[in-house]
Ligand binder design. Structure first.
Ligand code: DAH
Length: 341
């Protein structure tokens, strides 16, 4: 038995030295010291010993158990330390390496102006509508009182999808007026910003794609005075309280009467300069009282309700707001230009 204990001691101590993980170590602990372990198996034979031998063997067995436990603890601490060292080596963080700078983008100048306009109108109780860019000619033209044969309906002016000139890229945001009238309860106060498309060549003031903001208010007793008061207030909030404006008579098929709104040139104060092409004024939008035919076509009783509407070019507003001279800069996305705002 003494020999068995000696063997167990030798073989277990060297086995423990050979372990590399905490799991291996645990397995050995069970194998040698567990209830069904090898040491227990030897101790079960104690009964066969004489009364003199028993305490001696008992002492010896206790020594082996103590030596084994000590060795297991020692190895456990050693493996833990090794694992930590390895983690520190692989997860090493060099705080002296210069940081990587992430470039933050920012809003495009045109969208800065759009957000300003949106918040001005929201402050006046208007809702924002955003919708389709592919439109039926019925909505883009017919329901807006733009009759067959109107030049805007020409193939040379409009992007059509089909040979019947039924489906097109909208040429104006005005069809949003019709969608709003057909889908909303009265009274209606909305603005509808978005892209529009025309077969124009690109130059300093033209692009085949540009942005408009449509606006519309319909209620009982709405007059041209409301139109002028609202748009004057919007322009003053946008460009400053000293901004001078004027309204000129004009013609649009879907409004009667119709007008255009000009803002006095900020560069020359109205004297005339290259920015305003010598006019002293810069046109910013078309507007008018919604034509009774348009209201009736959308099921609104024009003897009870009236409304005004406008459409403005967003790029043009942004050019003026930031003193930009060429429309193309808005679309080219040259970072050196965009970073200035
Ligand atoms: N849709 C017109 C255009 O693209 C602009 C316009 C004029 C819109 C008068 C309106 C309006 O709502 O009442 O030229």
């Amino acid at each position: 038995m003494k020999e068995l204990l000696r063997e167990l001691r030798e073989k277990s101590l060297s086995a423990i030295d050979g372990t590399n993980t905490a799991e291996e170590l645990d397995a050995l602990r069970v194998q040698y010291l567990g209830k069904k372990g090898e040491l227990t198996a030897i101790l079960k034979q104690m009964g066969k010993l004489s009364a003199e031998e028993r305490p001696v063997m008992g002492q010896l067995a206790n020594d082996v158990r103590a030596a084994l436990e000590e060795k297991l603890d020692e190895r456990k601490a050693y493996l833990a330390e090794k694992a930590l060292e390895q983690r520190l080596a692989t997860e090493m963080l060099d705080v002296t390496i210069p940081g990587e700078k992430h470039k933050m983008g920012h809003r495009h100048p045109m969208y800065i102006v759009l957000d300003e306009i949106k918040s001005i109108f929201i402050g006046m109780g208007f809702d924002i509508l955003e919708d389709r860019e592919v439109e039926l000619s019925e909505y883009n033209f017919t329901k807006l009182n733009v009759e067959e044969g109107h030049p805007a309906r020409e193939w040379s002016d409009t992007f059509y999808f089909d040979d019947d000139s039924r489906i097109l890229l909208r040429t104006q945001t005005s069809p949003m007026q019709v969608h709003a009238m057909e889908s909303r309860e009265l009274p209606i106060r909305i603005i509808a910003p978005g892209r529009v498309y025309r077969k124009d060549e690109v130059d300093a003031t033209h692009s085949p794609m540009f942005h408009q903001i449509e606006g519309m208010a319909i209620d009982k007793g709405v007059t041209m005075g409301d139109l002028k008061g609202t748009l004057n207030e919007v322009v003053k909030q946008l460009y400053g309280s000293s901004t001078v404006t004027r309204f000129r008579p004009h013609h649009f098929p879907f409004t009667e009467p119709s007008c255009e709104m000009d803002v006095q040139c900020h560069k020359c104060g109205g004297k005339g300069c290259p920015t305003c092409k010598g006019e002293g004024w810069i046109e910013i939008l078309g507007a008018g009282m919604i034509h009774p035919k348009v209201l009736e076509g959308c099921g609104i009783d024009s003897t009870v309700y009236s409304g005004w509407a406008f459409g403005m070019g967003l790029e043009r507003l942004a050019l003026r707001r930031f003193n930009i001279s060429d429309l193309r800069l808005i679309f080219e996305n040259d970072i050196r230009f965009l970073e200035q705002f």
